[in-house]
Write a protein that binds this ligand. Structure first.
Ligand SMILES: Nc1ncnc2c1ncn2[C@@H]1O[C@H](COP(=O)(O)OP(=O)(O)OP(=O)(O)O)[C@@H](O)[C@H]1O
Length: 276
C-alpha cells in the first residue's frame, strides 16, 4: 500500500505539490486528475524519488525517504513510452530481466507471456518503428510490468494517442493492470483517460487534492462548482464504462446503453448527481 502524508514539493518558493495526503491500496488503480500545471507530474516524480520532497512517502508503513528511485520497486511509464528503437519488441520487453542475467529461455517465455497479456502475441521480432502508437504504448507497458513493480506510475500514458484509440486502449490498460494485479497511480488532465482506466480518482488543483473517491461517485457528487465544471467535460459514457456505472449503482447491465451524467447543484450544497 502506498501512503503519502503531507507531501510537499516547492521550487524556489513556488509550491507545486501542497500537503498531499493520499493512499493507494494494493491492486487499486488511482487516477490523479487535474488541469495542466496543477502539479501532477511533480507529485509522480516525488513518489518515484526523483524530486526532493517534504513529508512522507511510505510503502506498507516503511518510509522511503532514504530509498533511491531504483530501489523503490516502482516502475515509471511516460506518454511516449520511450522504447529502444534499435531493439526488437521482445528485447525491449526483456531488457531488465536480461540485465539481471536471466536465463535466455526463461526470459523469452516471460516476454511471450507479457506480450500475450498486452494483446501483442507474435510481435516479438518486430522493431518499434513498424508499430502503431497504441502498439508501442502496449510494448512500453509490458516492459514496465516485466520488472514486476509493486507500484506502476503512469504519466499521461495515452495522451499522445487520438481520442478513439485513447478510449479503447484505456479499457485495455485497465484490464491489463487488473489482470496483472498491479497497484497503479496514473496522472492525467484527461477525464476520459481517468474514467477508462481507474477505480478511484483524486482531483488535484493548484498542488492540492480537493476530492478523492470511487470514479462514479466523484462524477456524481463533485465537491464544488469548479470540480463540477472540470468533470463536466465528460458527460456521457457507453460500452464498458456504462457497464461499470450500472454495476456500481447495483443496476442490471444492458447492451448498448449510454449513460448521461449531469452533476447537479454545487455538490457541497446538494451533493447529488443525476444518472439518466
Ligand atoms: N523543475 C522545476 N523548476 C521550477 N518549477 C517547476 C519545475 N517543475 C515543475 N515546476 C512548476 O511546478 C508546477 C507544477 O508542474 P507539473 O509539471 O507538476 O504540473 P502538471 O500538472 O504535471 O502539468 P502538465 O499536465 O502540463 O504536465 C508548474 O507551475 C511548473 O511550472
Amino acid at each position: 500500500m502506498l501512503e503519502l502524508s503531507d507531501l510537499t514539493v516547492a521550487f524556489d518558493g513556488t509550491v507545486a505539490v501542497d500537503g498531499v495526503d493520499l493512499t493507494v491500496a494494493d491492486g487499486d488503480v488511482l487516477a490523479v486528475l487535474g488541469p495542466s500545471g496543477c502539479g501532477k507530474s511533480t507529485l509522480l516524480r516525488a513518489i518515484a524519488g526523483l524530486e526532493p520532497a517534504v513529508g512522507r512517502v511510505a510503502w506498507d508503513g516503511a518510509d522511503l525517504a532514504g530509498t533511491p528511485t531504483h530501489r523503490r520497486g516502482f516502475a515509471l511509464m511516460f506518454q511516449d513510452g520511450q522504447l529502444f528503437d534499435h531493439l526488437t519488441v521482445a528485447r525491449n520487453v526483456g531488457y531488465a530481466q536480461r540485465l539481471r542475467g536471466g536465463d535466455r529461455r526463461a526470459v523469452r517465455a516471460e516476454v511471450d507471456d507479457l506480450l500475450a497479456l498486452v494483446g501483442l502475441a507474435g510481435y516479438g521480432d518486430r522493431l518499434p518503428r513498424t508499430l502503431s502508437g497504441g502498439e508501442r504504448q502496449r510494448v512500453a507497458l509490458a516492459r514496465s510490468l516485466a520488472a514486476r513493480p509493486r507500484l506502476i506510475l503512469l504519466d499521461e500514458p495515452l495522451s499522445a494517442l487520438d481520442a478513439g484509440l485513447r478510449v479503447r486502449l484505456g479499457a485495455d490498460l485497465r484490464r491489463i493492470l487488473v489482470e496483472a494485479g498491479t497497484t497503479a497511480l496514473l496522472v492525467t488532465h484527461d477525464q476520459d483517460e481517468a474514467f477508462a482506466v481507474a477505480d478511484r480518482v483524486a482531483l488535484m488543483r493548484a498542488g492540492r487534492i480537493v476530492q478523492e473517491g470511487p470514479v462514479a461517485e466523484v462524477w456524481a457528487q463533485p465537491v464544488d462548482d469548479e470540480a463540477r465544471d472540470f468533470l463536466g467535460a465528460r458527460r456521457s459514457f457507453g460500452g464498458p464504462d456504462a457497464a461499470r456505472i450500472l454495476a456500481a449503482a447495483g443496476l442490471p447491465d444492458e447492451d448498448g446503453v449510454t449513460i448521461v451524467v449531469r452533476p447537479s447543484g454545487s455538490g457541497s450544497d446538494s451533493g447529488t448527481g443525476t444518472v439518466s
